[in-house]
Design a protein around this ligand. Structure first.
Ligand code: PLP
Length: 468
C-alpha cells in the first residue's frame, strides 16, 4: 500500500519542461540567469522526490515547487561576500573585514578599477614606471624612512623581509616573541618558509641583550623583534628594546628588523589609548626594516608595509618573492589615498573610519546609545526590555590587545524569545547585523556603527518585535 502511494506521488512530480511553460517561471527567467533557473527547478523537484522516497509525508503541488525554486534562486544569487553591520564594538574585526575604508580610498579604488591607470607608467617620460612609487614617498614622509614598499599583507611582508635579509642564514629572535597571530601565522613557520634558520634566544618571560650577543656568529643574517600583538607577558619580565638591538646590530654589522604589526602612524595616546609605538618611532630608533599591516590601526586596505633603509628595501624589492606578493592596482590606489589623508593627521582622524571609531569619545557613543534606546523602547511595545549600559569596545585584530575602550551599549532583552534567537534573527536578515550576547541580552555597540546603520538596526529590531 505504502509502495503504491510512493509511486503515485512520484508520478505526480512535474517535469521541468512543463514548469518552464508557466508564466511565473518565465518571470523568474527574466530576472535570473536561465541556466540557474533550470538548476533550481530541477533541484526543487529532486528535493521533493528524495523526501517521497524517504517515506516522508510530503504535501506538494506545482506552485509550491516553483516557490521553492524561487527561494533557491534568491539564495544562490545572493553574493557570498557581502556587507554586514558590525554592532560588536570590535573595531578591527578580522572576520568582518578589519578596516572600513575612507571615502577617499574607496573613490580611488573605484577610479582605477574602471579605467586604465598609471600603475606602471610614467606620463612625463612615457616610459615604464614602477608600481612602488605610488606609496613610497608618502610612506617615507609619514615614517621618516629612506625607502618603502607595500605587499599583499603583513604576513607577506614578514616572509619577504626575512627572506630578503636572512635566506640561507640565521635569524635571531627572542623566545618571548614566537607568536601566533590568527590561525596559521606563526613566526617559526614563517621563518622556515623564508629559508632562514631560526635561532631562539632567552626565555619566555625574559630575554637579555647578552642573549642576542652570544648568539651572533658568522651565519647571522638578522636580528628580529616581533611585536606581541595579541598577548602580553606580565610580571617577572624583560625585553630588549629596539634601540638596544639596533646598537648591538650596528656594532656587529647585523641588520635589525622589527615586525610591528598594527601600523600606528599617529600617536594615539592623546586620545586616551595605550602607548603604542608609531612606525616613525621604530624608524627613528634605527631599525633597518619595519613591517606593519595596512588594514589594522592604519585603517587602509589589506596590505603589508615595509619601511626602512634604502639598501634594505632595495633587497626586498629585488627578491623573487616580491613579484608573487605584490599588490594589485585597486589596493594600491586605496592605500595611496589613505596615506595621503595622514599628511594632515587631524583630517586622518576625521576621515579614516578605524581611527574615528577608536577615538570617538565615550560621551558621544552614550548619546547615540540613549537615542537608540528611546526609539526602540517607544516602538517595540512590550517585546523588549531595552537599556543603555556601560561596556567595553575593543580595538581587535591583534591591535592594542589590552586596550579597554569605554563605551555605552544598547542592551536588548527580548520578552518573547531568547537572546540567542534574537541574535540569530538579526544576523540572518539582510544586511546581517552582527551583535554580541552577554547575560542573556543582545548587545549593540554604537561605536562600530557607521552613519545610517543606527537606523537600520532600529528598523530591524522593531520589525522583529512586530513579527513576534
Ligand atoms: C597582524 C600581524 C601580522 C599579520 O599581518 P596580516 O596583515 O594580518 O597579514 C604579523 N605580525 C604582527 C606583529 C601582527 O600584529
Amino acid at each position: 500500500m505504502a509502495r503504491m502511494d510512493t509511486n503515485s506521488l512520484l508520478r505526480r512530480l512535474p517535469k521541468t519542461d512543463e514548469l518552464l511553460k508557466r508564466s511565473d517561471v518565465a518571470e523568474l527567467s527574466a530576472s535570473f540567469p536561465r541556466p540557474l533557473v533550470l538548476d533550481c527547478l530541477r533541484d526543487a523537484v529532486e528535493s521533493v522526490r528524495a523526501r517521497i522516497r524517504a517515506g516522508d509525508e510530503v504535501d506538494f503541488d506545482d506552485d509550491s515547487i516553483v516557490a521553492a525554486a524561487g527561494e533557491l534562486l534568491i539564495e544562490r544569487m545572493t553574493p557570498s561576500l557581502r556587507r554586514v553591520i558590525n554592532a560588536t564594538g570590535i573595531i578591527v574585526h578580522t572576520n568582518l573585514g578589519r578596516s572600513v575604508l575612507a571615502p577617499e580610498a574607496i573613490a580611488a579604488a573605484v577610479d582605477v578599477a574602471g579605467h586604465y591607470s598609471t600603475l606602471e607608467y610614467d606620463v612625463r617620460t612615457a616610459e615604464r614606471g614602477s608600481r612602488h612609487v605610488h606609496v613610497e614617498s608618502l610612506l617615507c614622509r609619514l615614517t621618516g624612512a629612506e625607502a618603502a614598499m607595500a605587499v599583499n599583507n603583513n604576513a607577506a611582508a614578514v616572509l619577504l623581509g626575512i627572506a630578503a635579509l636572512a635566506q640561507g642564514r640565521e635569524a635571531i629572535v627572542s623566545r618571548g616573541q614566537l607568536v601566533e597571530i590568527g590561525g596559521s601565522f606563526r613566526i617559526p613557520d614563517v621563518m622556515a618558509q623564508s629559508g632562514a634558520t631560526m635561532v631562539e634566544v632567552g626565555a619566555t618571560n625574559k630575554t637579555h641583550l647578552r642573549d642576542y650577543e652570544h648568539a651572533i656568529g658568522e651565519k647571522t643574517g638578522l636580528l628580529l623583534k616581533v611585536h606581541s600583538s595579541n598577548f602580553r607577558v606580565v610580571g617577572f619580565t624583560e625585553e630588549v628594546t629596539l634601540a638596544e638591538l639596533v646598537e648591538l646590530g650596528r656594532r656587529r654589522g647585523v641588520p635589525v628588523y622589527e615586525d610591528q604589526g598594527s601600523g600606528v602612524l599617529v600617536d594615539l595616546k592623546p586620545y586616551g589609548l595605550p602607548d603604542e609605538p608609531t612606525v616613525a618611532s621604530s624608524v627613528a630608533a634605527g631599525a633597518d626594516l619595519v613591517s606593519v599591516s595596512g588594514d589594522k590601526l592604519l585603517g587602509g586596505p589589506q596590505a603589508g608595509i615595509l619601511v626602512g633603509r634604502a639598501e634594505t628595501i632595495a633587497k626586498c624589492k629585488a627578491h623573487p618573492l616580491a613579484r608573487a606578493l605584490r599588490l594589485d592596482k585597486m589596493t594600491l590606489a586605496a592605500l595611496e589615498a589613505t596615506l595621503r589623508l595622514y599628511l594632515d593627521p587631524e583630517r586622518a582622524m576625521e576621515r579614516i573610519p578605524t581611527l574615528r571609531m577608536l577615538t570617538k569619545r565615550p560621551e558621544h557613543v552614550a548619546v547615540r546609545a540613549r537615542h537608540m534606546v528611546d526609539v526602540i523602547g517607544e516602538g517595540c511595545g512590550d517585546a523588549y526590555w531595552v537599556a543603555a549600559m556601560p561596556d567595553t569596545s575593543r580595538a581587535g585584530g591583534g591591535a592594542l590587545p589590552m586596550a579597554d575602550i569605554p563605551t555605552t551599549v544598547v542592551t536588548v532583552a527580548p520578552r518573547t524569545m531568547s537572546a540567542n534567537e534574537l541574535e540569530a534573527r538579526l544576523r540572518l536578515g539582510e544586511p546581517a547585523i552582527v551583535a554580541r550576547i552577554k547575560d542573556d541580552r543582545v548587545l549593540i555597540d554604537p561605536r562600530t556603527l557607521s552613519d545610517g546603520e543606527e537606523d537600520l538596526v532600529i528598523e530591524r529590531l522593531l520589525a522583529i518585535a512586530a513579527e513576534g
